[in-house]
Write a protein that binds this ligand. Structure first.
Ligand SMILES: Cc1cc2nc3c(=O)[nH]c(=O)nc-3n(C[C@H](O)[C@H](O)[C@H](O)COP(=O)(O)OP(=O)(O)OC[C@H]3O[C@@H](n4cnc5c(N)ncnc54)[C@H](O)[C@@H]3O)c2cc1C
Length: 400
């Protein structure tokens, strides 16, 4: 049994699936789903296991799309590709670059699958840049009934607005159609300074730069400012800060970093205007109550609004604030205490990170919640793609 145990990246989630399958093609996958549904088993699909809530836990069938890799179609004139769904962001970045294309943004790392990152609304930073799911313009999937279907934004925009952030509950995506940018380079610079200087200049740093974020280190009250721009653009000098890194390269090589130190994380998305005040409250609370136990840092980013039904940025420009705690250290009381501050500021929790909300609290935060639920229940009437965590999260009773 032990060799079948599945664990997420940080090791904070573990379970033993009934069966793990890695089909080679859609027909085999469709057959697996049909049989599982007939036998009353749950089917969950995992990407790279970088989420830290039990989205993929199942005692039924756990699907891996590790055999679905590669670009199927490249339309360089329209900047559109069709990509098999099992590719990681790193593999995708390398293949796209060979075709002269790139995603509009990336998050902190590129170890996740493209489909997994899209499924939870993974984002990078940049006040004019949407989350990664906004690149999805079409999808091919195997449904809970075992049908293989295709949908595009052009023909069914609401379906794609539901699919972009859907936590693997509408179907198992096998091919993603993505709208991209021509490959581009970025200059990445990092500076260190005191948090007060950062907050004094926050608005201009956010406004002037394509990608800007900062890490705050509670023990020293210092911050690391991270700025990325097309070469020759963006903030020129920062006299109040010390430059610690300066490099230029292709976006897919410059935006993500390698993370060796493992951590658990809570992240909330707030209305952009609430970001600075919320951060200062978080800072005060950590210094007052948690500094002794908090091992690591707090990350502040910006993301542009969109109209994806379950997006954290639905209808509002956003600031995200995330708490990082080294893996293995207690995080529950710390995260719970700060979560109250995030909630006071109308925050929406990242779907792939730790939080304590369920359907009753989530529904009022998402204007298109009910529309999403209609589409979900139409696609999966028997709840084949729902585990107990997702039932509670989405408010679906067994038999609903
Ligand atoms: C080190 C680290 C850095 C991170 N950095 C960021 C960051 O910068 N910004 C940010 O927003 N988040 C970040 N995250 C969170 C992470 O991007 C999300 O949790 C993401 O969903 C993980 O992708 P994954 O490939 O590991 O998918 P998983 O966690 O395995 O799955 C995520 C969801 O996708 C669904 N899914 C997977 N495959 C399919 C499929 N074929 N069809 C349909 N649904 C599918 C799953 O069912 C699940 O619901 C980070 C996490 C870690 C551990």
């Amino acid at each position: 049994m032990a060799e079948q145990e599945w664990s997420n990246w940080s090791g904070s989630l573990r379970f033993v699936p009934g069966r793990v399958v890695a089909p080679d093609n859609e027909e085999t996958l469709a057959d697996i789903i049909r049989r599982a549904a007939a036998d009353g088993h749950t089917v969950r699909v995992a990407g790279a296991g970088h989420s830290s809530v039990p989205l993929v836990e199942t005692d039924g069938i756990l699907v891996s799309l590790e055999n679905f890799r590669g670009l199927e179609l490249v339309d360089s004139s329209a900047n559109v590709v069709a990509m098999q769904a099992g590719m990681t962001l790193k593999e995708a970045g390398e293949s796209l670059l060979e075709s002269g294309l790139a995603l509009h943004n990336l998050g902190d790392v590129d170890m996740q699958t493209v489909v997994g990152a899209i499924g939870t609304g993974t984002h990078g930073t940049g006040r004019r840049l949407r989350d990664l799911s906004s690149a999805l313009t079409g999808v091919r999937m195997v449904t809970a009934r075992g049908d293989i279907i295709e949908r595009t934004f052009e023909r069914d925009s609401n379906f794609i607005r539901a699919s972009r952030v859907s936590l693997g509950t509408l179907g198992i995506f096998t091919t993603l159609q993505l709208k991209l940018l021509p490959a581009y380079t970025l200059r990445r610079r990092e500076w260190c300074t005191h948090v007060d200087d950062c907050m004094t200049h926050l608005d201009e740093l956010v406004e002037e730069n394509r990608n800007f974020d900062f890490y705050w280190y509670p023990r020293s009250d210092e911050v690391k400012l991270r700025v990325m721009d097309h070469p020759g653009k963006g903030t020129d000098e920062l006299p109040f800060a010390k430059l610690t890194e300066d490099k230029t390269g292709w976006s897919a090589e410059v935006i993500p970093k390698t993370r060796i130190l493992k951590f658990d994380e809570m992240e909330y998305a707030l209305p952009a205007a609430a970001g600075p005040a919320c951060f200062q409250e978080v800072r005060r609370r950590i210094k007052e109550r948690h500094r002794r136990n908090v091992g690591w840092r707090v990350l502040y980013r910006t993301v542009a609004e969109d109209d994806t039904f379950l997006s954290n940025e639905y209808g509002r420009d956003t600031v995200t604030i995330s708490l990082h705690q080294n893996a293995g250290l207690p995080f529950h009381d710390f995260f719970k205490d700060i979560e109250d501050i995030f909630r006071y500021h109308d925050g929406r929790p990242h779907w792939g990170k730790k939080h304590n909300l369920t359907a009753a609290e989530l529904r009022p935060l998402y204007p298109m919640w009910d529309r999403f639920q209609e589409i979900r229940s139409h696609m999966d009437r028997d709840g084949t793609f729902l585990n107990p965590y997702l039932r509670e999260l989405l408010g679906v009773e067994p038999g609903d």
